[in-house]
Design a protein around this ligand. Structure first.
Ligand code: SF4
Ligand code: SF4
Length: 80
């Protein structure tokens, strides 16, 4: 099963350049056309499931606007 991840995009830094959209291997980022940032850009956001937490989007973002989270599987307790 692929790792599960998600991203948060900073309204303060995102300028809607779409580099993260092109770079995401899962195709799960788009610009949110329903919102504008305080600077007047449509910000990037996750629009469907499938993010693996690979962090490629964060690496290519020129404005360091993306924080990536990745789910960590809980260790299975050893049998007593
Ligand atoms: S962490 Fe990877 S899969 Fe998730 S949105 Fe960014 S590039 Fe796409
Ligand atoms: S690469 Fe960064 S600045 Fe460009 S749209 Fe994505 S989050 Fe916004």
């Amino acid at each position: 099963m692929p790792a599960k991840g998600w991203i948060e995009v900073s309204d303060q830094y995102c300028k809607g350049c779409e580099l993260c959209i092109s770079a995401c291997p899962q195709g799960v980022i788009e610009l949110d056309m329903s919102r504008l940032t305080p600077k007047g850009y449509h910000p990037a956001h996750l629009f469907k499931d499938g993010c693996t937490g690979c962090a490629i989007c964060a690496l290519v973002c020129p404005d360091a606007a993306i924080t990536v989270y990745r789910e960590v599987a809980k260790p299975v307790p050893a049998a007593a």
